[in-house]
Ligand binder design. Sequence first.
Ligand code: PLP
Length: 390
Amino acid sequence: MNVRLPIYLDNNATTQVDPRVVQAMLPYFSEKFGNPSSKHSFGYVANAAIEFAREQIANLINADKSEIYFTSGATESINIIHFGISHALLQKRNHIISSNVEHSASYESLIQLQKKGIEVTFLNCDSKGFIAPELVLNSIRDETFLVTIITANNEIGTINNIKEIGRICRANNILFHTDATQAIGKIKFDVKDFNVDFASFSSHKIFGPKGIGGLYIRKGLENTIIPLLFGGFQEKGIRPGTLNVPAIVGFGKASDLCSKEFEKDFTHTKQLRDKLYNAIASSLEFVSLNGDTDNRLPGNLNLLVRGVRSDILISNIRDIAFSSASTCSSESGKPSRILKAIGLNDEDAKCCIRIGIGRFNTPEEINYATERFIEEISKIKFKKNYQSKI
Ligand code: PLP
C-alpha cells in the first residue's frame, strides 16, 4: 500500500497547519513585520491584516468582527470568561452551572473558583455524554450568574444541544459561555442562532497555527469582564499585549478555508471515519463505540476495545498516531474523567482509543490503518486469551 508513514490520526489533539495558511502567514514575519498599534505605515499594514483576520473568524461563527478578541488559545479564553465574570459579579451572585464532561481548561479553572468560594454545580452527562438542557433549567438558582457548557467533547465527540441550553439561559437572564474549541469549523456553529454570550476557541484545531485563540463576547457584554492581565489597551483592554500578527493572519486564513470548504471537509472526514469504524466493528465484535453515533463530530471515533489496554496498543502501533484519551488527561496517567462520566469502569476506561480524522487524511491511509488496528488488536487479544488458558 502506498502511504507515507507515520499516519497522523490525532486531529482532535491538534492539526497540521494547512500549506495555504503557512503561505498567508509568511510575509508577516519578514517584510510586513510592523506592530499593529504603531501609527505609521508598517503599523497600518499589520493592523489591516489583523482586522481582515478578525472578520474572517467572525464570519465562521456568524459574529460581528467587533465581537472577536484574540488570545493565546482556548485555555486563556475560557479563563478570561470564568475568572473575569466571577470577579465582576462576586459580590452579587455566586453560582455557576457547568458539567462533568468539560475539557480540563474549563473544569480546572472552575475548581479554582470553587476554592475562592464560588459554588459550581457540575451536571452529570448521560451514557452518550450529553448534558440534558432540562438539567440546566432545573439547576438555576437566584444566585446563578453563568452557565458554561462545552459544545462538542474533545474525547468522545458528543455534540450538545447548545441552542436549547442557550435559549434557557437567555430566557432566565443568565450569561452563557460555551467551549467551542472542537466545534468551530467542524459543525455549523452560529453564535446568534445558539444564543451564545461568550465562546472560546483555538486556531490549532482548524488547521491554523498554535498559540493563538479566539474569544467571542456578545456586543454590550464587554463590561461584564474584569481582565486577567493589565497593561496596554490592545483588544479593548480585555487581553492586552502586542498582537501576534503572523499567527492571527494564519488563524484568519484557516477560518476562511473552514467556511469555504465546510461541506467538503465534513463529508470527507465523516466518510473516512465511518469506513474505519464499520470495518473494525464488523471484524472485532468486542469493540464498541463511546459517545453517540449521530450527534458526533464528523472526524471523531472513540472506541472501547474491551480487554486491550490502550497504552499497549499505542506502543505496538508506532506507525499510526492516535491517542488513549485527551492529550491532557493522558499526561495525568489516570483513567479519563470523561470516559468515567459516561459510565465506564476504570479497567474499560484504560482500554479506549481516540482516533481523529482530518482534512489531510486519505482513503489509502484509512485502509492501512484499518488493517493495522485489526491485526494488532487481534494479536493482543489472542495472546491474552491464550495466556489465560494456560
Ligand atoms: N477546550 C477543548 C474542548 C479542547 O479540545 C482544547 C484543546 O485540546 C482546549 C479547550 C484548550 O485549547 P488550547 O490548547 O488552544 O488552549
